[in-house]
Design a protein around this ligand. Structure first.
Ligand code: UD1
Length: 419
């Protein structure tokens, strides 16, 4: 199993180019199922989760052409099987995103139930409740969701919790439903907006994009010949590299990104003492002194993202003062804390709150990644630690960070992958 070996204690300096957003590319690829004409999607990151989504869609009969720039042309004019098998769904929960498009375009979907995962129970009840309200017949049998409907009917859906993939699934289902659907308490995450903009380009009629009330007027078919869409930059990857600069007291410019998607993260990095400059598509961070600990609470967009919580915890690990972090989205998302402690961090947990007393230096040690963002926080801590750290089970990081060793090496880190 691959590991990352990191020699810490180096200031990161330089420029890093941000990849396309994984969590926008996944629903957009799933949404190509809705299009009768082939559609090309660019700025797709080269990641394991993307490969899994292509395998999933390919297994249904979607045809792909991939060019040297990773522009993917998807042709879903015909599919032969509306099935998302357990073997793929178990490796990526976001596979559930095919449910809405399959059902609304082809009238049928058979999708394995995603299991629990490392960061909590993560049910899909709100996805199923919404589709039932739109008239779908839904049975769960032998670990599979069987959904069918002649044509979904527009409906008023009020989500009792903000769910990102839930909103995306229902939005994709609604665009081909009969009549008007309203999704209230919809997730406002930028990745939902990117999906909605893509659907509009396909010919969908959507009002309220970027707000928590989406109004969708169903149409009978979608797709325009020659359509090309570019996925937005990854705000979480951007935030992770900026935090890498902050934790090593370095200076890093992230390029091909969007500062407007990172307000709450930049605000916290600023409170930590970082000097931040932005342009239309870049963000530069300089950390002149030892960072100050920050307190934060994760919550749906535009508040602080849960996907950046672990990285800020690593930053607090070496900061001056005490930082208090409360996780409100997932109930079991502090697994990185045990590993950060192995590096010498002083963090205690009370329920969904972690209290971190910053220490002057962390010390390298063998540690283990448990999930995607946890692994990013361990890499950040290792970059700041004295001596050598080996991060095991690094496959988690390949699900969400394109070429992480290359990008960090370019910034001056000493990092290499070992078997
Ligand atoms: C998405 C992101 C993930 C991010 C998360 C929160 C993708 C592929 N993944 O995950 O990186 O951490 O949003 O920003 O985009 N819930 C229910 N019932 C449901 C659905 C969700 O109770 O039917 C709960 C979940 O258990 C969780 C909360 O709602 O406590 C938010 O989850 P959700 O927004 O759905 O997360 P994902 O879409 O899975």
């Amino acid at each position: 199993m691959d590991k990352l070996l990191i020699e810490g204690g180096r200031r990161l300096c330089g420029e890093v180019r941000i990849s396309g957003a994984k969590n926008a590319a996944l629903p957009i690829l799933a949404a190509t199922l809705l299009s009768e004409a082939p559609v090309a999607v660019g700025n797709i990151p080269h990641l394991r989760d993307i490969t899994t989504m292509l395998e999933l869609l390919g297994g249904m009969g979607v045809k792909f052409l991939v060019d040297e720039k990773m522009v993917i042309e998807a042709d879903a004019s015909h599919i032969h099987s509306p099935l998302a098998p357990y073997e793929l769904v178990k490796t990526m929960r976001a596979s559930i995103l095919v449910l809405g498009p399959l059902l609304t375009r082809f009238g049928e979907a058979v999708v394995s139930l995603p299991g629990g995962c490392a960061i909590g129970a993560r049910p899909v009840d709100l996805h199923l409740k919404g589709l039932s309200a739109m008239g779908a017949d839904i049975r769960v049998e032998n670990g599979y969701i069987h959904a069918s409907a002649k044509r979904l009917k527009g409906s008023r859906l009020v989500l009792d919790q903000v769910t990102v993939t839930g909103t995306e699934n229902l939005l994709m289902a609604a665009v081909l439903a009969q009549g008007k659907t309203t999704i209230e308490n919809a997730a406002r995450e930028p990745e939902v907006t990117d999906l909605a903009l893509f659907l509009e380009r396909l010919g969908a009629k959507i009002q309220g994009i970027g707000t928590d009330v989406l109004e969708i007027e169903g149409v009978t078919s979608l797709g325009k010949p020659g359509l090309y869409y570019e996925v937005q930059p990854d705000r979480i990857e951007t935030g992770t590299y900026l935090t890498a600069a902050a934790i090593t007291q370095g200076q890093v410019k992230t390029t091909r990104t969007r500062p407007d998607l990172l307000d709450s993260v930049l605000d916290k990095l600023n409170q930590a003492g970082a000097e931040i400059e932005t342009g239309s598509d870049w963000i530069e961070l300089n950390m002149p002194d030892r960072p100050r600990a920050v307190s934060l609470r994760t919550a749906p967009y535009p508040a602080f993202p849960t996907d950046m919580q672990a990285q800020l915890m690593a930053l607090n690990g070496i900061a001056q003062g005490v930082g208090i972090i409360t996780e409100t989205i997932f109930e079991n998302r502090f697994m990185h804390v045990l590993e950060l402690r192995r590096l010498g961090a002083d963090i205690s947990i009370e329920g969904n709150t972690a209290i971190c007393r910053g220490v002057e230096t962390l010390q390298g040690a063998p540690i283990m990644a448990t999930d995607l963002r946890a692994s990013a926080s361990l890499v950040l801590a290792a970059l700041a630690a004295q001596g050598e750290t080996i991060v095991d089970r690094i496959y988690h990081i390949d699900r969400g960070y394109e070429q992480i060793e290359e990008k960090l090496t370019q910034l001056g880190a000493v990092i290499r992958r070992v078997a």
